[in-house]
Ligand binder design. Structure first.
Ligand SMILES: [Zn+2]
Length: 373
Protein backbone atom coordinates (compact mmCIF):
# COMPACT_ATOMS: atom_id res chain seq x y z
CA UNK A 1 0.00 0.00 0.00
CA UNK A 2 1.24 3.41 -0.86
CA UNK A 3 1.52 5.85 2.03
CA UNK A 4 -0.74 8.84 1.59
CA UNK A 5 1.09 11.01 4.08
CA UNK A 6 4.18 12.96 3.11
CA UNK A 7 6.86 13.99 5.58
CA UNK A 8 6.73 17.58 6.67
CA UNK A 9 9.79 19.66 6.07
CA UNK A 10 11.66 20.36 9.29
CA UNK A 11 11.78 23.99 10.31
CA UNK A 12 15.03 25.76 10.98
CA UNK A 13 14.18 26.43 14.62
CA UNK A 14 13.46 22.74 15.28
CA UNK A 15 16.80 21.88 13.79
CA UNK A 16 18.43 24.24 16.23
CA UNK A 17 16.54 22.69 19.15
CA UNK A 18 17.59 19.23 18.16
CA UNK A 19 21.17 20.34 17.99
CA UNK A 20 20.89 21.38 21.62
CA UNK A 21 19.53 18.02 22.81
CA UNK A 22 21.74 15.80 20.63
CA UNK A 23 23.89 13.44 22.66
CA UNK A 24 27.07 14.45 20.85
CA UNK A 25 28.02 18.11 20.67
CA UNK A 26 28.66 19.13 17.09
CA UNK A 27 32.26 19.81 16.22
CA UNK A 28 33.36 18.12 19.45
CA UNK A 29 36.07 16.39 17.47
CA UNK A 30 38.44 18.16 15.09
CA UNK A 31 37.09 18.22 11.59
CA UNK A 32 39.21 17.13 8.64
CA UNK A 33 38.89 20.56 7.10
CA UNK A 34 39.04 23.99 8.66
CA UNK A 35 36.62 25.11 11.38
CA UNK A 36 34.86 27.52 9.07
CA UNK A 37 33.53 24.59 7.03
CA UNK A 38 29.74 24.47 6.77
CA UNK A 39 29.66 20.69 6.27
CA UNK A 40 27.81 19.18 9.23
CA UNK A 41 28.74 16.17 11.33
CA UNK A 42 26.68 13.21 10.18
CA UNK A 43 25.85 9.56 10.63
CA UNK A 44 24.59 6.95 8.20
CA UNK A 45 21.29 5.10 8.47
CA UNK A 46 20.53 1.88 6.58
CA UNK A 47 17.14 0.31 6.00
CA UNK A 48 17.27 -3.25 4.75
CA UNK A 49 14.00 -4.19 3.08
CA UNK A 50 12.93 -7.26 1.16
CA UNK A 51 13.13 -5.54 -2.24
CA UNK A 52 15.74 -2.86 -1.81
CA UNK A 53 18.42 -1.46 0.41
CA UNK A 54 18.25 2.24 1.31
CA UNK A 55 21.11 4.19 2.77
CA UNK A 56 21.09 7.81 3.95
CA UNK A 57 23.55 10.32 5.33
CA UNK A 58 21.80 12.36 8.04
CA UNK A 59 23.31 15.33 9.85
CA UNK A 60 23.60 15.30 13.64
CA UNK A 61 20.76 17.82 13.63
CA UNK A 62 18.50 15.47 11.70
CA UNK A 63 18.77 16.94 8.23
CA UNK A 64 18.73 14.42 5.37
CA UNK A 65 21.94 15.07 3.41
CA UNK A 66 21.71 12.32 0.82
CA UNK A 67 19.75 9.15 0.19
CA UNK A 68 20.62 6.25 -2.11
CA UNK A 69 18.60 3.17 -3.03
CA UNK A 70 20.30 -0.04 -4.16
CA UNK A 71 18.36 -2.82 -5.86
CA UNK A 72 20.24 -5.38 -3.79
CA UNK A 73 18.92 -8.93 -3.94
CA UNK A 74 18.42 -10.23 -0.43
CA UNK A 75 18.05 -13.74 -1.87
CA UNK A 76 21.74 -13.69 -2.85
CA UNK A 77 22.57 -13.98 0.83
CA UNK A 78 24.10 -11.82 3.54
CA UNK A 79 27.68 -11.78 2.17
CA UNK A 80 26.57 -10.30 -1.13
CA UNK A 81 24.21 -7.80 0.53
CA UNK A 82 26.81 -6.71 3.08
CA UNK A 83 29.48 -6.17 0.42
CA UNK A 84 27.20 -3.86 -1.56
CA UNK A 85 25.91 -2.17 1.59
CA UNK A 86 29.35 -1.43 2.99
CA UNK A 87 30.68 -0.16 -0.34
CA UNK A 88 27.80 2.31 -0.46
CA UNK A 89 28.32 3.31 3.19
CA UNK A 90 31.98 4.00 2.45
CA UNK A 91 31.17 6.03 -0.68
CA UNK A 92 28.67 8.17 1.22
CA UNK A 93 30.85 8.63 4.28
CA UNK A 94 33.90 9.59 2.20
CA UNK A 95 31.87 12.13 0.31
CA UNK A 96 30.41 13.83 3.39
CA UNK A 97 33.52 13.46 5.53
CA UNK A 98 35.30 16.23 3.67
CA UNK A 99 33.83 18.74 6.09
CA UNK A 100 31.96 17.00 8.90
CA UNK A 101 32.79 14.26 11.38
CA UNK A 102 31.43 10.77 10.58
CA UNK A 103 29.64 9.71 13.77
CA UNK A 104 28.76 6.10 12.91
CA UNK A 105 26.38 3.76 11.09
CA UNK A 106 23.02 2.37 12.21
CA UNK A 107 21.20 -0.50 10.51
CA UNK A 108 17.64 -1.71 10.98
CA UNK A 109 16.98 -5.40 10.28
CA UNK A 110 13.57 -7.00 9.75
CA UNK A 111 14.05 -9.55 12.52
CA UNK A 112 15.17 -10.06 16.08
CA UNK A 113 18.69 -8.80 16.73
CA UNK A 114 20.64 -9.83 19.82
CA UNK A 115 22.00 -6.48 20.93
CA UNK A 116 24.74 -7.91 23.14
CA UNK A 117 26.34 -10.04 20.45
CA UNK A 118 25.15 -8.17 17.33
CA UNK A 119 23.78 -11.40 15.85
CA UNK A 120 20.59 -11.54 13.79
CA UNK A 121 18.66 -14.22 15.66
CA UNK A 122 15.45 -14.48 13.64
CA UNK A 123 14.46 -13.08 10.26
CA UNK A 124 11.26 -14.64 8.96
CA UNK A 125 11.50 -13.16 5.45
CA UNK A 126 15.26 -13.59 5.00
CA UNK A 127 15.94 -17.33 4.74
CA UNK A 128 19.58 -18.22 5.37
CA UNK A 129 20.27 -15.10 7.44
CA UNK A 130 19.54 -16.57 10.86
CA UNK A 131 22.38 -16.41 13.39
CA UNK A 132 24.46 -14.24 11.07
CA UNK A 133 26.83 -11.97 13.05
CA UNK A 134 25.61 -8.78 11.37
CA UNK A 135 27.47 -6.21 13.51
CA UNK A 136 30.85 -7.97 13.31
CA UNK A 137 30.53 -8.48 9.54
CA UNK A 138 29.74 -4.80 8.97
CA UNK A 139 32.55 -3.63 11.28
CA UNK A 140 35.01 -5.88 9.50
CA UNK A 141 34.05 -4.54 6.07
CA UNK A 142 34.14 -0.93 7.24
CA UNK A 143 37.67 -1.37 8.54
CA UNK A 144 36.98 -2.70 12.02
CA UNK A 145 38.13 -0.76 15.04
CA UNK A 146 40.64 1.15 12.90
CA UNK A 147 37.83 3.09 11.27
CA UNK A 148 36.74 4.52 14.66
CA UNK A 149 33.13 4.36 13.52
CA UNK A 150 30.40 2.98 15.64
CA UNK A 151 28.03 0.40 14.21
CA UNK A 152 24.59 0.04 15.80
CA UNK A 153 22.36 -2.85 14.73
CA UNK A 154 18.71 -3.09 15.76
CA UNK A 155 15.26 -4.22 14.71
CA UNK A 156 13.80 -2.12 11.88
CA UNK A 157 10.56 -1.25 13.68
CA UNK A 158 12.48 -0.08 16.78
CA UNK A 159 14.65 2.29 14.74
CA UNK A 160 11.58 3.51 12.83
CA UNK A 161 10.05 4.42 16.21
CA UNK A 162 13.17 6.38 17.08
CA UNK A 163 12.96 8.13 13.68
CA UNK A 164 9.37 9.27 14.29
CA UNK A 165 10.36 10.46 17.77
CA UNK A 166 13.41 12.35 16.51
CA UNK A 167 12.17 13.89 13.26
CA UNK A 168 8.57 12.81 12.70
CA UNK A 169 5.12 12.96 14.30
CA UNK A 170 6.50 12.87 17.86
CA UNK A 171 9.23 15.48 17.45
CA UNK A 172 9.76 17.05 20.87
CA UNK A 173 7.90 14.21 22.64
CA UNK A 174 10.34 12.37 24.92
CA UNK A 175 8.40 9.15 25.48
CA UNK A 176 6.15 7.48 22.93
CA UNK A 177 5.43 4.29 21.02
CA UNK A 178 5.06 3.51 17.33
CA UNK A 179 2.97 0.77 15.72
CA UNK A 180 3.93 -0.02 12.13
CA UNK A 181 1.05 -1.70 10.30
CA UNK A 182 2.45 -3.56 7.31
CA UNK A 183 2.50 -7.25 6.44
CA UNK A 184 2.56 -7.76 10.20
CA UNK A 185 2.71 -5.24 13.03
CA UNK A 186 6.08 -3.86 14.05
CA UNK A 187 6.54 -1.79 17.14
CA UNK A 188 8.89 0.28 19.16
CA UNK A 189 8.86 2.11 22.48
CA UNK A 190 10.98 5.24 22.98
CA UNK A 191 11.53 6.42 26.57
CA UNK A 192 13.38 9.65 27.26
CA UNK A 193 14.54 9.89 23.63
CA UNK A 194 16.03 6.38 23.56
CA UNK A 195 14.71 3.04 22.32
CA UNK A 196 13.43 0.91 25.19
CA UNK A 197 14.96 -2.46 24.36
CA UNK A 198 13.83 -4.50 27.34
CA UNK A 199 16.15 -7.20 28.64
CA UNK A 200 17.54 -8.27 25.26
CA UNK A 201 16.03 -6.18 22.51
CA UNK A 202 12.63 -7.80 22.21
CA UNK A 203 10.46 -5.07 23.74
CA UNK A 204 7.84 -3.78 21.31
CA UNK A 205 6.44 -6.99 19.80
CA UNK A 206 2.97 -5.43 19.69
CA UNK A 207 1.94 -7.61 16.75
CA UNK A 208 1.90 -10.74 18.91
CA UNK A 209 -0.30 -9.46 21.69
CA UNK A 210 -3.38 -11.71 21.84
CA UNK A 211 -6.61 -9.88 21.14
CA UNK A 212 -8.80 -12.89 20.23
CA UNK A 213 -8.12 -15.95 22.45
CA UNK A 214 -9.35 -18.55 19.95
CA UNK A 215 -8.65 -16.44 16.90
CA UNK A 216 -6.80 -16.88 13.63
CA UNK A 217 -3.50 -18.81 13.89
CA UNK A 218 -0.35 -16.67 13.75
CA UNK A 219 3.10 -17.49 12.38
CA UNK A 220 4.50 -17.13 15.91
CA UNK A 221 2.58 -20.23 17.05
CA UNK A 222 -0.11 -18.37 18.98
CA UNK A 223 -3.74 -17.74 17.93
CA UNK A 224 -5.51 -14.40 17.68
CA UNK A 225 -2.43 -12.14 17.64
CA UNK A 226 -3.18 -8.48 16.91
CA UNK A 227 -1.36 -8.66 13.56
CA UNK A 228 -3.89 -11.24 12.38
CA UNK A 229 -6.53 -8.47 12.56
CA UNK A 230 -4.82 -5.08 12.25
CA UNK A 231 -2.21 -5.47 9.50
CA UNK A 232 -2.36 -5.02 5.71
CA UNK A 233 -2.35 -8.80 5.22
CA UNK A 234 -5.22 -9.13 7.71
CA UNK A 235 -7.31 -6.73 5.60
CA UNK A 236 -6.75 -8.94 2.54
CA UNK A 237 -7.48 -12.15 4.47
CA UNK A 238 -10.73 -10.74 5.87
CA UNK A 239 -11.74 -9.69 2.34
CA UNK A 240 -11.03 -13.17 0.97
CA UNK A 241 -13.11 -14.67 3.78
CA UNK A 242 -16.00 -12.33 2.97
CA UNK A 243 -15.70 -13.25 -0.74
CA UNK A 244 -15.65 -16.99 0.07
CA UNK A 245 -18.79 -16.55 2.17
CA UNK A 246 -20.50 -15.02 -0.88
CA UNK A 247 -21.25 -11.87 1.07
CA UNK A 248 -19.13 -9.35 -0.83
CA UNK A 249 -19.94 -9.05 -4.57
CA UNK A 250 -17.95 -5.85 -5.21
CA UNK A 251 -14.89 -7.28 -3.43
CA UNK A 252 -15.25 -10.53 -5.42
CA UNK A 253 -15.38 -8.54 -8.66
CA UNK A 254 -12.29 -6.51 -7.71
CA UNK A 255 -10.36 -9.61 -6.61
CA UNK A 256 -11.00 -11.41 -9.92
CA UNK A 257 -10.32 -8.43 -12.21
CA UNK A 258 -7.44 -6.68 -10.41
CA UNK A 259 -4.10 -8.50 -10.54
CA UNK A 260 -2.82 -6.22 -7.78
CA UNK A 261 -5.82 -6.73 -5.52
CA UNK A 262 -4.73 -5.83 -2.01
CA UNK A 263 -5.40 -3.71 1.05
CA UNK A 264 -5.44 -0.59 -1.14
CA UNK A 265 -8.27 -1.94 -3.35
CA UNK A 266 -10.32 -2.81 -0.25
CA UNK A 267 -9.76 0.68 1.16
CA UNK A 268 -10.81 2.23 -2.17
CA UNK A 269 -14.06 0.22 -2.16
CA UNK A 270 -14.71 1.22 1.46
CA UNK A 271 -14.35 4.92 0.62
CA UNK A 272 -16.79 4.39 -2.27
CA UNK A 273 -19.31 3.17 0.30
CA UNK A 274 -19.15 -0.59 -0.29
CA UNK A 275 -20.61 -2.02 2.94
CA UNK A 276 -18.58 -5.30 3.18
CA UNK A 277 -15.32 -3.37 2.57
CA UNK A 278 -16.33 -0.78 5.19
CA UNK A 279 -17.06 -3.54 7.71
CA UNK A 280 -13.58 -5.01 7.18
CA UNK A 281 -11.90 -1.69 7.93
CA UNK A 282 -14.16 -1.18 10.95
CA UNK A 283 -13.12 -4.57 12.24
CA UNK A 284 -9.51 -3.59 11.61
CA UNK A 285 -10.07 -0.35 13.56
CA UNK A 286 -11.60 -2.19 16.50
CA UNK A 287 -8.68 -4.63 16.61
CA UNK A 288 -6.21 -1.76 16.58
CA UNK A 289 -8.24 0.02 19.27
CA UNK A 290 -8.10 -3.11 21.43
CA UNK A 291 -4.34 -3.32 21.06
CA UNK A 292 -3.86 0.39 21.74
CA UNK A 293 -6.14 0.21 24.78
CA UNK A 294 -3.81 -2.35 26.36
CA UNK A 295 -0.74 -0.24 25.55
CA UNK A 296 -2.31 2.96 26.89
CA UNK A 297 -3.35 1.24 30.13
CA UNK A 298 0.09 -0.25 30.70
CA UNK A 299 2.41 2.49 29.45
CA UNK A 300 0.54 5.82 29.91
CA UNK A 301 2.73 7.50 27.26
CA UNK A 302 2.22 10.96 25.79
CA UNK A 303 1.86 9.73 22.22
CA UNK A 304 1.19 6.61 20.13
CA UNK A 305 2.09 6.94 16.46
CA UNK A 306 0.44 4.68 13.88
CA UNK A 307 2.50 4.12 10.72
CA UNK A 308 3.13 1.57 8.00
CA UNK A 309 1.34 1.07 4.68
CA UNK A 310 -2.02 0.14 6.21
CA UNK A 311 -2.10 3.40 8.20
CA UNK A 312 -3.02 5.22 4.98
CA UNK A 313 -6.54 3.76 5.43
CA UNK A 314 -6.73 5.92 8.59
CA UNK A 315 -9.96 7.79 7.76
CA UNK A 316 -11.76 4.46 7.20
CA UNK A 317 -10.65 2.78 10.43
CA UNK A 318 -9.96 5.64 12.89
CA UNK A 319 -13.57 6.17 14.10
CA UNK A 320 -13.96 2.53 15.23
CA UNK A 321 -10.40 2.56 16.62
CA UNK A 322 -11.12 5.58 18.85
CA UNK A 323 -14.52 4.17 19.88
CA UNK A 324 -12.94 0.90 20.99
CA UNK A 325 -10.08 2.69 22.70
CA UNK A 326 -12.44 4.79 24.79
CA UNK A 327 -14.50 1.76 25.75
CA UNK A 328 -11.57 -0.50 26.63
CA UNK A 329 -9.05 1.80 28.27
CA UNK A 330 -9.92 3.66 31.45
CA UNK A 331 -6.61 5.54 31.15
CA UNK A 332 -7.54 6.70 27.65
CA UNK A 333 -11.07 7.66 28.71
CA UNK A 334 -9.59 9.92 31.41
CA UNK A 335 -6.78 11.39 29.30
CA UNK A 336 -8.40 11.60 25.83
CA UNK A 337 -8.35 15.04 24.20
CA UNK A 338 -11.80 16.50 23.46
CA UNK A 339 -11.07 16.11 19.77
CA UNK A 340 -9.21 12.79 19.32
CA UNK A 341 -7.37 14.25 16.32
CA UNK A 342 -5.97 17.14 18.35
CA UNK A 343 -2.21 17.42 18.19
CA UNK A 344 -0.02 17.42 21.26
CA UNK A 345 -1.71 18.70 24.41
CA UNK A 346 -0.22 18.65 27.90
CA UNK A 347 -1.49 15.70 29.94
CA UNK A 348 -3.52 14.17 27.10
CA UNK A 349 -2.99 10.86 25.31
CA UNK A 350 -2.42 11.55 21.62
CA UNK A 351 -2.96 8.85 18.98
CA UNK A 352 -1.74 10.10 15.63
CA UNK A 353 -0.43 9.12 12.20
CA UNK A 354 3.25 8.75 11.37
CA UNK A 355 4.79 11.50 9.26
CA UNK A 356 7.99 10.10 7.80
CA UNK A 357 6.71 7.04 5.93
CA UNK A 358 9.47 4.60 5.07
CA UNK A 359 12.13 7.27 5.81
CA UNK A 360 11.47 6.84 9.56
CA UNK A 361 13.76 3.80 9.52
CA UNK A 362 16.58 5.77 7.87
CA UNK A 363 16.39 8.69 10.31
CA UNK A 364 16.06 6.33 13.26
CA UNK A 365 18.99 4.14 12.20
CA UNK A 366 21.17 7.23 11.75
CA UNK A 367 20.11 8.46 15.18
CA UNK A 368 20.69 5.04 16.77
CA UNK A 369 24.31 5.19 15.52
CA UNK A 370 24.86 8.45 17.41
CA UNK A 371 23.14 7.22 20.60
CA UNK A 372 25.02 3.88 20.62
CA UNK A 373 27.34 3.48 23.61
ZN1 LIG B 1 1.74 -13.97 16.73
Amino acid sequence: MKDLGEPREASRSLRRNNRAIGSLPLNALPSTSDNLSSMPDFSIGVDLGGTNLRIAAVSGEGELLEKVTLGTKVALGPDHVFNEMCEAIQRLSNKHQTGGEFLGTGIGFPGIVDLQTGVLRKAANFPGWENYPVRAEIERRLGGKKSHTRVAVDNDARVAALGEQWRGAARGVESMAVLTLGTGIGGGIVLGGKIWHGMNGMAGEFGHVTIEPEGHPCGCGNRGCSEQYASASAIVRMAREAIAAGAAPALAQAASSDAEFGARSIYDLATQGDEPARRILQKFGRALGLLLAGLVNVLNLEMYVVGGGASSAWDAFAPSMFEELRRRSVVYAITAPTDPLESRTEGKTIITRALLGSDAGLYGAARAAVLAP
